[in-house]
Design a protein around this ligand. Structure first.
Ligand code: SAM
Ligand code: ZN
Length: 263
């Protein structure tokens, strides 16, 4: 039984060579890179652009978020799963590690950005990667034992639909002090936001863990880190340029990793 469903009619998609087809003959080609675009007709592709994806890849490859990646794997080790979806997988930094550590599991990744999906499918050869919106996922009901969300939009209703009963939602989210020094370097005044309510309707929180540490970053990594945040597109050219001559800066990384069960 195929996990994928057609974004037009909702019928199961079956793979025939390099195409996925439903019984109504809607078809979707699997790209040479290995991902399939299931965004559906008339849906424009948004999400992270090529600059953001490249900046994230450089930053993540510097190892400064390895503690988060290790923390996520530790949480996943406590969960029994055969199928996992990385929702908003970006270019597959976390997806790849999960494929390597949990070899027996079927790993899926979804992102609305075509550039990100392309990179993820090149990096994670054994994962099933598609371009789609997290708010309208091309998977049948109760397909996954676990959904992972790392800094991506939270589509709780869809997670609930595609998760099996008692399936897990593992979510990484920033704490209020995350990247405080970077924001202070860019903006004249910074509002420290309170941590959002951790309740998610339809889910029960079973564990939460915080990781806080300092990263010593030079100019290029500071710029890459800023470029991969949601602030990037909302910040003026003048404010962004403040990072150009900044040199070295110690920046706080502060994350929470939550483990929820679908109820
Ligand atoms: C902050 S990035 C995190 C990427 C990856 N999880 C990581 O931590 O490296 C957020 C990702 O969510 C994707 N995204 C944004 N809106 C989305 C949506 N509606 N559906 C699916 N993905 C979305 C972006 O393209 C981007 O790759
Ligand atoms: Zn169809």
């Amino acid at each position: 039984m195929s996990v994928y469903i057609c974004p037009v009619c909702g019928k199961p998609l079956v793979r025939e060579e390099n195409t996925m087809r439903c019984e109504n003959r809607h078809s979707y080609d699997i790209s040479a890179k290995g991902y399939v675009n299931l965004l559906g007709p008339g849906k424009s592709v948004r999400g992270d652009d090529a600059d953001m994806v490249a900046a994230r890849r450089r930053f993540l490859n510097s190892g400064n978020y390895d503690a988060l990646r290790n923390g996520i794997c530790e949480v996943l080790k406590k969960i029994e799963f055969e199928t996992l979806l990385d929702a908003g997988c970006g270019e597959g930094y976390y997806t790849k590690r999960i494929c390597d550590e949990f070899e027996k599991a079927e790993i899926y990744g979804l992102d609305i950005s075509k550039t990100a999906a392309e990179k993820a499918s090149s990096l994670c050869k054994t994962a099933h990667i598609c371009v789609a919106s997290a708010y309208r996922m091309p998977y049948s009901e109760h397909s996954f034992d676990c959904v992972l969300n790392v800094f991506s939009p939270l589509a709780a209703d869809e997670y609930k639909r595609v998760l099996k009963k008692d399936g897990h939602l593992v979510m990484a989210a920033p704490l209020p002090e995350h990247l405080a020094e970077l924001k202070q370097a860019v903006y004249d005044s910074v509002n420290v936001k309170e941590m959002k309510d951790t309740k998610i309707q339809g889910f029960k929180l079973v564990s939460e863990d915080s990781t806080v540490y300092r990263m010593r970053l030079e100019t290029q990594l500071l710029k890459d880190l800023f470029t991969m945040t949601p602030y990037y597109h909302k910040t003026s050219y003048e404010d962004k340029a403040k990072l150009d001559g900044i040199g070295m800066l110690d920046v706080t990384a502060a994350f929470m990793i939550f483990d929820y069960i679908r109820i």
